[in-house]
Design a protein around this ligand. Structure first.
Ligand SMILES: [Fe+2]
Length: 348
């Protein structure tokens, strides 16, 4: 790799110093957010259970109507009196369907607001038009924020996934980070990169090198990672990775690799690459997870390449601190449902 530059753009308040961003564990589950708890297509009349943090979510359709409850359908009446504040004592969570996902609210149900449901501009809002071959489920043996940090780490793919999505050889590699109080956006611009092997094998790309512009947009409260990597020569491979926390040591990720515009057979085979990539990521995440929750007094060693990850840690800490003090509101600079097609660079 040569000529790598990190550009800091638009700091949250301009005052942060990435060198002091040592990790302080967040023993706080961020609340008041929509989690994409399941693919819509996976929910039928038979109830399925999902876990968000330690809270159970039973999902089913009752005469076509989507339900999300704290208890199994047959136990809803007998147990309703023990319903928690997560459902406002009703047993039912606020729930909606968009982009092929069932979104359930985690937090104070009085604060549930569709205007806080994230925008995923490359997916049809009406998920019924999203092909099943784009949807895959994987699991990671690590806390969701650790998985997000792994994804934000700009260089990890070049090492861990070189055999599938390409090594680190390139002419130049620029990384920029932007943020709000609720999101981190990392933009990576690479010129003359070795063509991703998977694109050469099955993606119809004949060139030896390609330019890449990859935008990763992360929502902090629900660990929703929205990516728009665009290759030339080649095409864009927009994807969604929602790291839904299943306790401290596991996340469930219902991924959408929206390859519909890519040539065949890449279109159908690329989403299956999750099954190659997930074990590679998991092999490094799993042993790290225990230490992720312990502050051991050692200072983090970070280079300028870690700026996006450090920004993420700083913002997560701020958000956790606010929530610890009882403030679950969204600040004026945050607008989860805003159209991010320009942020993602979808318009060229
Ligand atoms: Fe990875």
């Amino acid at each position: 790799m040569s000529d790598i530059a990190i550009a800091e753009v638009g700091a949250a308040d301009g005052s942060e110093n990435s060198r002091q961003a040592d990790w302080v564990p967040i023993h706080f589950d961020l609340r008041d957010t929509w989690f994409p708890v399941a693919f819509s297509a996976d929910i039928g009349t038979q109830a399925v259970r999902r876990i968000v943090h330690a809270q159970p979510y039973y999902l089913w359709r009752d005469r076509g109507r989507l339900r999300a409850a704290e208890f199994r359908p047959d136990q809803l009446e007998p147990l309703r009196r023990s319903a928690t504040a997560f459902t406002g004592g009703t047993g039912h969570y606020p729930v909606t369907e968009r982009y092929g996902y069932v979104w359930a609210w985690y937090g104070n149900s009085d604060n549930a607001d569709l205007a806080l449901n994230p925008c995923i501009p490359f997916l049809p809002v009406d998920g019924s038009k999203i092909p099943r071959y784009t949807q895959r489920t994987v699991r990671f043996d690590a806390a969701s924020p650790l998985s997000v940090e792994n994804l934000i780490d700009l260089t990890h793919a070049d090492f861990l996934h070189a055999n599938a999505i390409g090594d680190g050889r390139c002419e130049s590699d620029i990384v920029e980070v932007q943020s709000t109080s609720e999101t981190v956006t990392r933009t990576r611009i690479v010129t003359r990169k070795s063509v991703a092997p998977v694109m050469r094998w099955i993606g119809g790309v004949r060139a030896k090198y390609q330019d890449l512009r990859a935008v990763l947009h992360v929502h902090l409260r629900n660990n929703l990672a929205i990516s728009y990597p665009s290759f030339s020569s080649g095409y864009a491979i927009p994807n969604v990775q929602p790291f839904v926390p299943v306790g401290r040591h596991r996340s469930r990720v219902d991924q959408t690799n929206y390859t519909v515009a890519a040539p065949a057979p890449f279109r159908w085979l690329m989403p299956r690459i999750s099954y190659v990539i997930q074990p590679q990521d998991n092999a490094v995440l799993r042993p790290q997870n225990e230490r992720y929750f312990d502050a051991d007094g050692r200072r983090d060693l970070s280079s300028r390449f870690d700026a996006p990850g450090n920004r993420y840690r700083l913002l997560m800490r701020r958000l956790a601190e606010r929530q610890r003090q009882g403030d679950f509101s969204y600040a004026a600079d945050a607008n989860p449902s805003a159209d991010i097609s320009v942020v993602l660079g979808m318009n060229g």
